[in-house]
Design a protein. Sequence first.
Length: 156
Amino acid sequence: MALPLFLMAAGMGLSMVGKGMDIYSQTRAYRQQAKIFEENAAYAEANTRLELEQFNRQAEQFQSSQRAGYAKAGVELSSGSPLEVLADTAGQLELDRRIIRYRGDVEKAGWLNQAGMARYNSKVSLIAGILNMGGSLISGSANLALSGKSYLGNRI
């Protein structure tokens, strides 16, 4: 009876379908992960912009109060130590702005790097899965052929 051969072929077919579904779900998960990482990069960029806006408001308030303090004290701002202090403050505030931008850029780049890795893993997973399915198909077919030969040989 050919039932064992039929069951063997059916099992191989089901195994192939299962591997295909596994490949699909794994590559889809990696793609979804990449989307999430890209969204995180966008959030990091938006957060950096907001942080800079807030910093700029605070910096402007600080510089205004600094100038007002000098003016209230009757200090001449056009030369000397007060001008140097104002210039030093402006330089330090610009450095702080650059640090905020740099941190935001690093965070964004980190998220984009992770998104790139997830997309790469999706491709590798797909290729490896297809190769694995092909290997299973070939070995399963060989086993089926050997079993069929053995089965038919016993019947003759």
